[in-house]
Design a binder for this molecule. Structure first.
Ligand code: ATP
Ligand code: MG
Length: 550
């Protein structure tokens, strides 16, 4: 599969190679463990790419595991969307698990911890627990419940499970070391009470395991060998190892941390994305301005481009942001030879070619991609009335303006030279129509060398043109606004502009998600929600120009 071709070297790959060579593992098993509490974003793509490519390169396996230990925020809708996104990126899991499949095992291991004197039921309030946890410079204080007997703990934990206590009344805590220099080791909470219906286990449980307890057990139960997470979990690794050891797990996975993929000019965390969606500030999780995978897909970004970004930004422990323009670069690279090139007018101005016979329509040949001859050519109509771009005409042009102005001649791409003879204004003084003449001798491809013109513009024949609604995007957030206190102050009010234009008649009946290069305008994608109405809806994926160099 192209999606999993060999990738460049990185420190986690080196660990894997050493583990295989030393015989510490016989087969690499990785996992991608999303919490189904939102849609995936491009940061998650990095983790997906890393886990799948790493295992695949060494003949290993990768699991998709839904880390569904928090019933309040999780939902089936997210499970479905996450599966779709992983597949779209080009990866296929070898096994599918839900953390909730392991709730019984996790419970039994907690009982084992209690029996071994390694866990206790604590009735401090959340507030009291915070106060007694200490600080980075001061040790914490032991909980008054820390000395409970094994029997008492077992009985209370059983009653927690049976639903005898309300949310927040008590928790199960690990008994480690309240004076540990690592705050994560100061008797962390393992189980909490939550009377909530779980999307998978329904009302079977009213106690739920905490991430730091559940995650290592999930990894061990599934036989994960290399458990990859992002840097903020580095300080949790001693606890990860503690859980594996003290729960007497047979299999001993190891955790490795790498730095997150962050992108400039966008908003990433699920918390913020959810707020944008719920407050109606964007058009759903798949709004094409969002860095969600569903939003990028709807915009027309290809999974190839996203994988190239993952590969190119590397795997390391150093934090940094990737330039959004790097993604744009990979999109152009990917679509350059793949996307057919057509003419589309975004802001139309009608042109009447006064010396072209009325009622006549001729067909002209146009190449589908100048850089890729294999894509062949198509026939496009030409007649007395066409649309051009409003800004391809100026009544009073500045120097070096080579497009249409009174008395000037330009080439119509794939067609003839036309010369602007007159223009018509409406009552408000807007130019609403041009009257031009054409020179039949100058047909494209005819070898005409009589005279040269400096400008070439695109156009669409008017009588057969297909109306289109084009969504043009700017960055969702304002440049250099990262320090804003409320993230909503970062939103760019001009992030969306909708224009009504025309495309070639050959576009009629086009399928959603088809991608094109509109000459001079950039790459466009037929919106995924377009259902075949009169107006085709296009999203601009990316413009053609870039100052970005890899
Ligand atoms: P967010 O903080 O954006 O809401 P999350 O980390 O809470 O994301 P999870 O569902 O817990 O979301 O993440 C699943 C996996 O994706 C985890 O292993 C996590 O480390 C990884 N991941 C999340 N964000 C990034 C990122 N920006 N770059 C690389 N990996 C990421
Ligand atoms: Mg998370």
């Amino acid at each position: 599969m192209e999606a999993t071709k060999a990738t460049s070297s990185h420190f986690i790959k080196n660990v894997v190679i050493e583990d295989l060579q030393a015989g510490r593992v016989s087969q690499v098993v990785t996992r991608f463990p999303p919490e189904p509490n939102g849609y995936l974003h491009i940061g998650h793509a990095k983790s997906i790419w890393l886990n799948f490519t790493l295992a695949d390169e060494f003949g290993g396996r990768t699991h998709l595991r839904f880390d569904d230990t928090n019933p309040v925020k999780e939902d089936e809708e997210y499970v479905r969307a996450i599966k779709e996104d992983v597949k779209w990126l080009g990866f296929d899991w070898d096994a599918l698990y839900f953390a909730s499949d392991f709730f019984d095992e996790m419970y039994n291991r907690a009982v084992l911890l209690i029996q071994r004197g390694k866990a206790y039921v604590c009735e401090l309030t959340a507030e009291q627990m915070r106060e007694s946890r200490g600080t980075l410079t001061e040790p914490g204080k032991d909980s008054p419940y820390r000395g409970r007997s094994v029997e008492e703990n077992l009985a209370l934990f059983e009653r927690m499970r049976a639903g005898e206590f309300p949310d927040g009344a008590m928790v199960l805590r690990a008994k480690i070391d309240m004076a540990s220099p690592n705050v994560n080791m100061r008797d962390p909470v393992l189980y909490r009470i939550a009377h909530a219906t779980h999307h998978n286990t329904g009302d079977k449980w009213c106690i739920y395991p905490m991430y730091d307890y559940a995650h290592p057990l999930e990894d061990a139960i599934e036989g994960i060998t290399h458990s990859i997470c992002t840097l903020e979990f580095e300080d949790h690794r001693p606890l990860y190892d503690w859980v594996i050891r003290e729960c007497e797990m047979e299999s001993t996975p190891h955790q490795y941390e790498f730095s997150k993929l962050l992108l400039t000019n966008t908003i990433m965390g699920k918390r913020y994305l959810r707020q944008l969606v719920e407050e109606g500030l964007v058009d759903g999780w798949d709004d094409p301005r969002l860095p969600t995978l569903s939003g990028l897909r709807r915009r027309g970004v290809t999974s190839e481009a996203i994988r190239s970004l993952c590969e190119e930004t590397g795997v390391s422990k150093s934090n940094g942001q990737a330039d959004y323009r790097m993604l744009e670069h990979f999109i152009r690279e990917d679509l350059k030879l793949k996307a057919p090139r057509t003419m589309a007018v975004l802001r139309p101005l009608k042109v009447v070619i006064t010396n072209y016979p009325e009622g006549q329509v001729e067909l002209l040949e146009a190449k589908n991609n100048n850089e890729n001859p294999e894509m062949g050519s198509r026939m496009i109509p030409f007649s007395r009335e066409i649309y051009i771009e409003q800004d391809d005409f100026m009544e009073n042009p500045p120097n070096k303006y080579f497009r249409l102005f009174p008395g000037n001649e330009v080439r119509l791409m794939n067609a003839y030279f036309i010369k602007c003879e007159e223009f018509v204004k409406d009552a408000d003084g807007n130019v609403v129509e041009l009257r031009c003449t054409y020179d039949p001798e100058t047909k494209s491809g005819s070898g005409f060398t009589g005279r040269k013109v400096k400008g070439t513009i695109h156009w669409v024949e008017a009588s057969q043109a297909v109306p289109a609604e084009m969504y043009l995007f700017e960055s969702l957030v304002k440049e250099d606004s990262e320090d804003a206190e409320d993230f909503k102050d970062r939103l760019n009010p001009a992030s969306l502009e909708i224009v009504h234009g025309f495309v070639e008649p050959g576009m009629r009946g086009v399928e959603p998600q088809t991608k094109f290069q509109f000459n001079r305008h950039g790459y466009f994608n037929v919106d995924s929600r377009y259902t075949g109405g009169d107006r085709i809806v296009f999203n601009r994926i990316v413009s053609l120009k870039s100052s970005f160099e890899l």
